[in-house]
Design a protein around this ligand. Structure first.
Ligand SMILES: *[C@@H]1O[C@H](CO)[C@@H](O)[C@H](O)[C@H]1NC(C)=O
Ligand SMILES: *[C@@H]1O[C@H](CO)[C@@H](O)[C@H](O)[C@H]1NC(C)=O
Length: 357
């Protein structure tokens, strides 16, 4: 059943959860565009397995549908595109040995790969908070459009995880040591900086979003986006070079020696992160720099399952998302106690349980 929208295009709702008044994700056709709307504004459009299982098959259908030219993904409400995965549910499942702890990561990474290899223009409108799982839904697509309200971060080291969803692929490909800096500290990029960093490909003011959307709905977007030439000068803060060391201890040493305000602040931030997460993340980005997105996702699936077997992920989620005391007790509690062998083990094959793409 088609209904006219504000733009005057017929909309047919392709999927709705049976009896719920508010489906958690809207999948619609607007003109020749497939439109995905993350629709849990009260929880900042957090991504859960139910949503992944709705988005993935529709995305594949649109890819081979000759009446669909482009796919647009956006978030409902005015705060977030998607603030991340529904991680709390995952750790609860992990504690009781529920398969959600494997299925969530596996299916999320399969979706990330489908976006990264999509054969039609995929436009993510990242207007608002875009973190973790929300980054995985956007950054691998051909176009990422930021606004002044975009707030980007990969904050996983604060919860005993690592910057997954293909972070091991896109982060080491940002200029210099910027990706490693973002990965270890969870630093938040805002507005135009999201584009300057290369996370977004385009920038529009949020007040112009309705106009941009209506243009994309008419599928002029391919042309529109092609004609915008981006001549922004990328200048990353010089201090990010302090992150060029081959170990986390080396980075901390660089920061302490430097002693600037920036360096002091980053040292303090790093001291709050899971030491295990920091070491896993450094190795993940070092390895990911020369791997394909597919191989990175296979590696990250191994890492996700290592985190599920470990201690810090549960403790991080407890401290940051459940009790909110912001005071995780990491184990091991120092970088020195996290041996190379412990890190190495997290990267080992899961045999027949490995992710296959
Ligand atoms: C995902 O969120 C929706 C809406 O809050 C809920 O109905 C559904 O049960 C959730 N699914 C999972 C797997 O947690
Ligand atoms: C589009 O696909 C339908 C079947 O899925 C086919 O009947 C039709 O001829 C196709 N149109 C074009 C222009 O390829």
């Amino acid at each position: 059943r088609g209904e006219p929208t504000a733009e005057g295009f017929p909309v047919s709702v392709l999927h709705q959860m049976s009896s719920h008044a508010e489906p958690e994700v809207l999948l619609e056709k607007v003109g020749r565009a497939g439109v995905i709307t993350m629709n849990r504004p009260k929880v900042l459009n957090a991504l859960n397995l139910t949503m992944i299982r709705q988005i993935y098959p529709q995305l594949k259908k649109w890819e081979s549908d000759n009446e669909t030219d482009i796919v647009i993904i956006k978030g409902a409400g005015d705060k977030a595109f998607c603030a991340g995965g529904d991680i709390r549910a995952v750790t609860e499942a992990g504690k009781v040995g529920d398969s959600l702890a494997q299925d969530f990561f596996r299916e999320e990474y399969i979706l990330n790969n489908a976006i990264g290899s999509y054969r039609k223009p995929y436009i993510a409108l990242i207007d608002g908070i875009t973190m973790g799982g929300g980054v995985g839904l956007s950054v691998h697509g051909r176009f990422r459009v930021a606004t002044e309200k975009t707030l980007f971060a990969m904050p996983e080291t604060a919860i005993g995880l690592f910057p997954d969803v293909g972070g091991g692929y896109f982060l080491p490909r940002l200029q210099g040591k910027l990706g490693l800096f973002l990965a270890l500290t969870g630093f938040r990029l805002k507005g135009r900086d999201v584009q300057r960093a290369g996370v977004a490909t385009h920038f529009v003011e949020s007040k112009k979003v309705p106009c941009a959307l209506s243009c994309w709905f008419k599928s002029l977007c391919a042309l529109f986006l092609k004609t915008i030439s981006l001549l922004f000068s990328v200048s990353c803060p010089n201090s990010v070079r302090l992150f060029s060391a081959s170990s986390v201890e080396g980075i901390v040493k660089n920061l302490k020696t430097d002693g600037s305000e920036f360096a002091k602040k980053q040292t303090e931030t790093l001291s709050k992160m899971s030491p295990t997460s920091l070491k896993i993340t450094l190795k993940q980005l070092q390895a990911g720099a020369s791997l394909s997105l597919q191989d990175v996702l296979v590696m990250e699936y191994r890492l996700s399952q290592a985190c599920m077997r470990g201690y810090d992920f549960y403790e991080g989620v407890r401290a940051v998302l459940v009790d909110k005391d912001q005071n995780p007790k990491w184990n091991p509690s120092t970088l020195e106690e996290v041996s190379d062998q412990m890190v190495e083990q997290c990267f080992s094959s899961l045999g027949e349980k490995d992710l296959t793409l």
